[in-house]
Ligand binder design. Structure first.
Ligand code: NZQ
Ligand code: ZN
Length: 378
C-alpha cells in the first residue's frame, strides 16, 4: 500500500427534490451568480426553471452563460470568464453534465484571477483563489460533482487536458436522480462506461490496497447490474439513483485509497479521439479499454485476472477482456472505431496526436504500443 492523503471538501446533497435547498445553499456563498449551462437540454426538460426559481426566491441576481458544448472548449471558458468578471459575479452555478461543470470550475478560476485560464490548466501559473462553485448534476458519469478535476479542449494547441487542483472542488453539489431521467440511452450508456473506466484507471494505478480493490469491484458490479436494467427503463428514478451514486463513488477519492495515483492512460488516449472527432467521452473509452487491456495482457496478467475473477468468475486474461467487451456491447457503447465511422486513415491522425502530445499512462508507459493500440481499435 502507498502513503496517501484524503481531502474532499464538497458537500453533496443527494436525492429527489433536493433542489429545494439550492437557493439557501447558494446564498451562503454569494448574491450574484453566473449561471452556466449547455446547449438546451436543461431548458427543454425544465431543470433550468427549477434552478432559476430557487435562486430568485433567495434573492440571487443571475447572469447567464449558455451553450457549453459536450467536450467543452477553451473559447467558451474564456468568454464566460470575461462575462463573469464584467458583471462582477461572486458565485458560479453550473447546471449540466461533466462538460458544463468542468467548464464552470475553470470559469470560476478565470473570474477570480483575471488571467488566461489555459496558463492554469497547463500549470504555468498556480492559482491561490477561485470563486465558489455550486453544481447541479444532470448526467451521471464523470464524478466531476465531487472531485477536483476539469477537462477542457484547446483546438489552437491541439490538446484536451485535465487539470486537478483543490480549488476546483465544488462547494456544494446537488445530485437529484430525477434530473437525469431524460438523458438519452446513448449518453446513459456512455456514462456507465465512464464510471467503470474511472474505477479501472484507479485499479491499474500505482500501488494497491485490498480494501480499495474490493470497493472498486463493488462499484463496477453495481453499475454492471443496474446498467442494462436502466437502459430498458430510462425514466426509473431509483435505478438512476443507483447509477448516480456509482458514478460519484468511482471518482470522488475512495477508489484511490492506498494508491499513489491512477493510471489514466486510457483516458489520455480517449481524449485524443474526442479532440479529433468529437467522440463522446464514454464512447472513446469503450473503444480504447479493450485495446489497452490486450496490449497489457502479458505485462500485468495477474492484475487483469484478479479483475476478471471478481467481475465474471473467470481465471484468464482473454475471458476478462471479452467479458468487458461484451458488457460494453450489451449496453450499446461502441468497442471498435469502425462503429463510429473512423477508418484507418483517420486513425492515423490519432497516432500523430499520440506522438505529438506524448500520450502516456502514469503507471504504465504507452509509447511502445501506439501502433498496436490503433490496430486493435480498428
Ligand atoms: O448540452 P446539453 O443540451 O445540456 O446536452 C447534454 C450533452 O449533449 C446532454 N445532457 C446532459 N444532461 C442531460 C442531457 N440530456 C438530457 N437530459 C439530461 N438530464 O448530454 C450530452 C453530454 O453532456 P456532457 O456534459 O458532455 O457529458 P458528460 O457528463 O459525460 O461529460 C463529459 C465531459 O467530462 C469530461 C470528459 O472528458 C468530457 O469532456 N470528464 C471529466 C472528468 C472530471 N471532471 O473528473 C473525468 C472524466 O474522465 C472526463 O474526462
Ligand atoms: Zn472519464
Amino acid at each position: 500500500m502507498e502513503n496517501f492523503t484524503v481531502y474532499n471538501p464538497t458537500k453533496v446533497l443527494f436525492g429527489t427534490g433536493i433542489i429545494k435547498s439550492l437557493g439557501t445553499e447558494t446564498k451562503s456563498y454569494g448574491s450574484k451568480a453566473l449561471l452556466v449551462y449547455g446547449k438546451g437540454s436543461v431548458k427543454k426538460y425544465g431543470y433550468y426553471d427549477q434552478v432559476v426559481d430557487q435562486l430568485k426566491q433567495s434573492g440571487i441576481e443571475i447572469v447567464e452563460y449558455e451553450g457549453i458544448k459536450p467536450n467543452p472548449i477553451l473559447e467558451d471558458v474564456e468568454a464566460a470568464s470575461a462575462l463573469g468578471r464584467k458583471e462582477a459575479v461572486d458565485v458560479v452555478v453550473a447546471v449540466g453534465g461533466g462538460s458544463v461543470i468542468d467548464s464552470a470550475k475553470i470559469i470560476a478560476l478565470g473570474i477570480a484571477n483575471n488571467e488566461n485560464t489555459w496558463d492554469y490548466m497547463t500549470q504555468k501559473k498556480k492559482p491561490e483563489i477561485t470563486l465558489p462553485l455550486i453544481a447541479i448534476l444532470t448526467l451521471a458519469a464523470t464524478g466531476t460533482e465531487m472531485n477536483a478535476a476539469a477537462v477542457v479542449q484547446n483546438h489552437a494547441t491541439g490538446e484536451k487536458i485535465g487539470y486537478a487542483h483543490p480549488l476546483n472542488f465544488p462547494k456544494a453539489s446537488f445530485l437529484d436522480p430525477s434530473f437525469t431521467i431524460t438523458v438519452p440511452a446513448n449518453y446513459t450508456a456512455f456514462g456507465i462506461v465512464d464510471l467503470i473506466a474511472h474505477a479501472l484507471e484507479l485499479y491499474f494505478g500505482k500501488g494497491d490496497a485490498s480494501l480499495t480493490d474490493r470497493i472498486t469491484f463493488s462499484i463496477i458490479q453495481d453499475a454492471m447490474d443496474w446498467g442494462p436494467k436502466l437502459l430498458s427503463d430510462l425514466s426509473n428514478v431509483e435505478m438512476r439513483a443507483n447509477i448516480m451514486l456509482d458514478a460519484m463513488a468511482a471518482l470522488n477519492g475512495i477508489t484511490a485509497y492506498g494508491k499513489q495515483s491512477g493510471d489514466w492512460g486510457v483516458h489520455m488516449l480517449g481524449h485524443e479521439m474526442s479532440l479529433l472527432f468529437d467522440t463522446p467521452h464514454g464512447a472513446s473509452l469503450s473503444i480504447v479499454y479493450p485495446a489497452w487491456l490486450k496490449v497489457h495482457k502479458e505485462i500485468i496478467p495477474d492484475r487483469i485476472i484478479k479483475l476478471g475473477t471478481a467481475l465474471f468468475g473467470v481465471d484468464n486474461v482473454d475471458a476478462t477482456i471479452s467479458g468487458l467487451e461484451d458488457f460494453f456491447k450489451q449496453i450499446g457503447s461502441p468497442i471498435r472505431l469502425s462503429e463510429i465511422n473512423i477508418d484507418a486513415t483517420m486513425a492515423n491522425d490519432m497516432l500523430k496526436q499520440y506522438k505529438n502530445n506524448e500520450i502516456n499512462g502514469v503507471n504504465l508507459p504507452l509509447a511502445a504500443h501506439y501502433q498496436k493500440l490503433i490496430e486493435l481499435m480498428l
